[in-house]
Design a protein around this ligand. Structure first.
Ligand code: NAD
Length: 371
């Protein structure tokens, strides 16, 4: 299968570049071994871009981001740029990417690798084999709804308010992402809202239920109240496959689900835009959940697996390369099963390795798997 997949790599700041070096090795490996050609471009983002160009992302890089099949980002920020004006702060680069590419669907998987089952605070039997995906609406809802503000009532009492607001198309498009993804996974979607106490929640439920019945009758569908969902995630998380929810509840539930796995250095994410009806393509940004880890940056200590798993998500969701995504994820399982650990996931009896050593072990595992 010869293909030309275009990819923009933005290593960013702190541990971003050292981690991304390991991902580049995996990309090179795939070029060599899997008859897939990645057309890779690389650019600065965040503080590194501010230092070079006085802005957190350049127009030229944005233009490239608009045209490639997918963007892979390390992380941005760090104390060095604490005093930079707000509009040029490192996060502004990330926010511009999300906004200009209209990345409305945030995908946050929570996967528990067998070898790391003890890293969670939950009992092994509750989380062993966990593999769920939270699909969070990212560009609307109460974080953006108008009106918002603080005002004063005629009697002098101050009050503050935000508006939870969703249009039908906004709900429909995030629901469709969830159903489509479920079809590539275990074919189950749970939609979480507060339809018992919120008008917007009742409306959300109505719209998603309608789409489920009319367009995705083959997908097993259920509604769940968001507070019950939070409890069920701790009680029996394996009951879920895909959870779709709004911006606010998604913010909370995705962090809760992430912590079921117990390790920041292992968590990937993706943010997807709408499918272009003519080209069939969609904008997509893949990035680890963790930040730039300034405390260990430049010391060859960072865990590259969250970014590698983000790359695997890219193979799966942007390039439809499920087999290759599986291969990368299996290589991750293998190195963990061999007892190799970076500092953040280290436990007694395992072998502490550097970022570089972890990268080399991954390539060896890929070689073994592909032999
Ligand atoms: P962080 O995720 O960078 O680090 C939190 C802790 O986890 C640190 O002790 C760090 O050493 C450790 N850690 C994180 N990732 C690791 C990895 N891959 N391997 C090993 N250890 C890892 O969060 P923070 O300290 O709150 O933020 C540091 C900087 O990163 C800040 O400037 C923040 O704004 C930025 N940040 C950026 C993003 C992003 O780019 N998406 C996300 C979060 C934080």
């Amino acid at each position: 299968m010869a293909a030309n997949k275009s990819l923009l790599i933005l290593p960013g700041d702190g541990i971003g570049p050292e981690v991304m070096t390991q991902i580049r090795h995996v990309i090179d490996w795939m070029d060599r071994r899997r008859s897939v050609t990645f057309a890779v471009q690389e650019a600065l983002v965040g503080g590194a871009c501010y230092d070079a160009h006085g802005t957190a992302i350049t127009d030229q890089t944005m233009a490239v981001a608009e045209t490639v099949d997918a963007v892979l980002l390390g992380a941005v920020g760090g104390p060095k740029w604490d005093d930079v004006p707000r509009q040029h702060r490192p996060e502004a680069g990330l926010l511009r990417l999300r906004k200009d590419l209209d990345l409305f669907a945030n995908l946050r998987p929570a996967i528990v690798f067998d070898a790391l089952v003890d890293a969670s605070t939950l009992k092994p039997e509750v989380i062993r084999g966990l593999d769920l995906l939270i699909v969070r609406e990212l560009t609307s809802g109460v974080y953006f709804g108008e009106p918002r503000g603080v005002d004063t009532l005629p009697d002098g009492t101050e009050r503050a308010f935000d508006t939870q607001l969703y249009t039908k198309p906004e709900i429909e498009r995030i629901a469709r992402v969830a159903f489509e993804l479920a079809r590539k996974r275990h074919n189950r979607v749970a939609s979480a809202e507060k339809s018992n106490v919120m008008e917007s929640g009742a409306y959300w439920r109505r719209v998603v239920s309608h789409i489920a019945a009319t367009d995705y009758p083959d997908v097993e569908y259920s509604n769940i109240l968001a507070d019950n969902c939070a409890m069920q995630l701790l009680r029996d998380p394996k009951q879920f496959d895909v959870i779709v929810t709004d911006n606010l509840f998604g913010d909370l539930l995705s962090d809760e689900a992430a912590m079921l796995t117990g390790s920041l250095g292992m968590l990937p994410s993706a943010s997807l835009g709408a499918v272009d009806p003519t080209s069939g393509r969609r904008h997509a940004l893949y990035e680890p959940v963790h930040g730039t880890a300034p405390d260990i940056a430049g010391q060859d200590k960072a865990n590259p697996l969250a970014t590698l798993l983000s790359f695997a998500m890219m193979l799966r969701y942007s390039f439809d390369m499920a087999e290759d995504a599986d291969l990368v994820e299996q290589a991750v399982q293998d190195v963990l099963a061999d007892g190799l650990r970076t500092g953040d996931i280290m436990s007694p009896g395992q072998t502490l390795v550097s970022t570089t050593q972890m990268g080399a072990a991954l390539l060896a595992a890929l070689d073994r798997r592909a032999a």
